[in-house]
Design a protein around this ligand. Structure first.
Ligand code: ADA
Length: 564
């Protein structure tokens, strides 16, 4: 399943799930599931490198084909019948390409993949999580005509108590001729089937336009709608935004997305959702789940959200990369608040100066925002977790990336999680200040004291007066290891550390949110210092990699329940 709702009634869409042939660079052959991680295969448990996926598809008639991959780890070159279609880097964002005039009959899709580390890859590096390999998220094949809708963005705004929304669509003309078209946008309540009226009149919102030969044309409209119900964590009301493209009265193409009316902004040191302050009680969550690796299926995503809810959380941070859209769809439906961030973890000044760093970050941000813009659950964009925000080189990159985000989406606040305690020089740049603090774990000091020093320091920086979030805190425990001495790695010690932290944070009105590191244990790369982690896992999950709750799970449940 690609999304949690149908995206097309006109365009034909087929998911390319199933078994694909996979040939490793040394010639070894396998049959592997898509979506899936190569590491699921017993002979590929720790294998890293190049490999090629093959799939035969059938075309019933002559048509243009749009091929979309939601995630390939981490570099992909796609070919159709041997012809190059597209190149993409980064496992955590999708990409698409068009093959014009495919003939009826059998065709071959070939995807050359590479998940190795090296100079060409600035963001996928040995890290405190695992870079799996394969076609790890769904892949889709669509039949499109000569004109199609590439994307539609929906921006809700509350103006003098009335809900308006900006609608911005991107249309591509694949022909050599100029085309006259009409676009129609409708909002439907998915539960009742009722169509919402534009406040200024009845019927859908429409616009006529000309699209030049080979042009990608953008069009922007704005309207107020009647009878709108706002989206909030308690009442996550969603609507279907249907966009239809007509040429000469004939419906050629459509795109349906799910949208909602909600507004998020920062005022002073508060984050406001529809004008009301919110407090984020969250978990950091990696996409990683025992034997399925990062290719987490829908039922396990849903289970993760059930467990988070059971623990009393209302928020999740998609550390340290954009997530599978089905997870975001679930958050939209359940009213969970999401901090989504671009892909980068712990890159020092040297790695930030990799010649590919800027471009790969820019692409990741462009794709993350283009693809996830309409999710109401995303309330904050993050960048560059624990990178070199204490250096001038770092500052320039933080500034550029935050500016890029604001250009693409001024409707959401921004932040980044810093660990450059007392040395960070970038806290004036984002809308909210976030810091990772491991008092009681890496720093063997009382939490209260350490936290107060941090807050005092922030108050004297460019971050003063902004909302403050503790973006990470926690401790490690090996599941099942109980010890009455409460020693390191015991479940007891982890529960103690989390308790001490939450007891301090819950008393402090200055905070706008806290995110426990982390929801579930995840696999780490067996290289550099990460190899020292017990079981080659980051064991700070309050559930283990099989989602078995540790003692800390109940501690979180108890303390989150009593927090505002
Ligand atoms: C950092 C980092 C996380 C994780 C954590 C830890 O704060 O942001 O990705 O590595 O530390 O467990 O040490």
């Amino acid at each position: 399943m690609i999304r949690l709702f149908e995206q097309h009634e006109i365009r034909r869409q087929k998911e390319l799930e199933g078994m694909w042939r996979y040939v490793r660079e040394d010639g070894a052959e396998y049959s592997l599931p898509v979506p899936g991680c190569i590491e699921q295969h017993p002979q590929l448990l720790t294998w890293r490198g190049k490999g090629t996926f093959y799939k035969k598809i059938r075309c019933g008639r002559k048509t243009n084909l749009r091929l979309e991959f939601k995630g390939v780890s981490h570099t992909a070159d796609v070919f159709f019948d041997g012809r190059f279609v597209m190149h993409h880097y980064n496992a955590y964002t999708g990409f698409a390409g068009v093959v014009k005039d495919a003939a009826p009959g059998t065709h071959e899709i070939r995807v050359e993949t590479d998940n190795s580390f090296g100079e060409a890859s600035a963001l996928h590096v040995p890290n405190d999580y695992y870079t799996y390999g394969g076609i790890t998220r769904p892949a889709v094949l669509e039949e499109i005509g000569d004109l199609y809708i590439r994307n539609v963005h929906f921006t809700p705004v509350l103006e003098r108590g009335v809900w308006h929304a900006g609608v911005e669509a991107e249309i591509e003309n694949l022909t050599d001729a100029e085309k006259e078209i009409r676009l129609e946008f409708t909002l439907t309540d998915p539960e009742t089937g009722d169509v919402l009226n534009v406040a200024s009149g009845s019927g859908p919102l429409t616009v006529s336009l000309t699209v030049g030969p080979g042009e990608v044309r953008k069009v922007r409209l704005k309207a107020a709608w009647d009878g709108v119900q706002a989206w909030s964590p308690d009442s996550p009301k969603l609507y279907l935004l249907g966009s239809v493209l007509y040429e000469g009265g004939q419906a050629l193409d459509d795109l349906i997305d799910r949208v909602a009316f909600r507004q998020i902004r920062v005022s002073g040191n508060r984050i406001l959702l529809n004008g009301e302050p919110i407090f984020l009680k969250g978990f950091n969550r990696h996409e990683d789940c025992g034997p399925v690796g990062c290719a987490v299926p829908l039922q396990l995503m849903a289970r993760d959200l059930e467990l988070m809810r059971e623990a009393g959380a209302n928020a999740v941070r998609t550390c340290h990369y954009p997530n599978d859209e089905r997870f975001l769809d679930l958050c939209d439906e359940r009213g969970l608040l999401v901090w989504e961030e671009n892909h980068a973890r712990g890159l020092g000044p040297e790695r930030m100066c990799n010649p590919n760093f800027d471009r790969q970050c820019r692409d990741c941000i462009n794709e993350m925002i283009a693809q996830h813009y309409n999710h109401p659950s995303i309330v904050i964009w993050g960048i560059l977790n624990e990178c070199a925000s204490e250096t001038e080189t770092g500052r320039q990159k933080y500034r550029e990336q935050l500016e890029q985000i604001r250009r693409l989406d001024p409707s959401r606040p921004t932040t980044f999680a810093t660990c450059r305690h007392f040395t960070d020089i970038c806290l004036d740049l984002p809308d909210a200040v976030s810091f990772n603090l491991y008092a009681g774990w890496y720093e063997n000091v009382p939490v209260k004291e350490r936290y107060e020093r941090e807050m005092e320091w922030i108050a004297g920086t460019g971050g003063a007066g902004k909302p403050v979030i503790v973006s990470e805190f926690g401790a490690g425990a090996v599941y099942g290891y109980r010890d009455r001495s409460r020693c390191k790695w015991s479940e007891e010690r982890q529960a103690d550390v989390i308790r001490e932290n939450l007891e301090v944070f819950r008393e402090d009105n200055r905070l706008s949110g806290v995110f426990i590191w982390q929801f579930a244990d995840c696999r780490v790369t067996e290289e550099e210092w990460f190899a020292g982690r017990p079981k080659c896992h980051n064991n700070k999950g309050v559930v283990d990699e099989y989602r078995r709750p540790k003692a800390a799970f109940d501690t979180v449940r108890e303390l989150y329940a009593g927090m505002r």
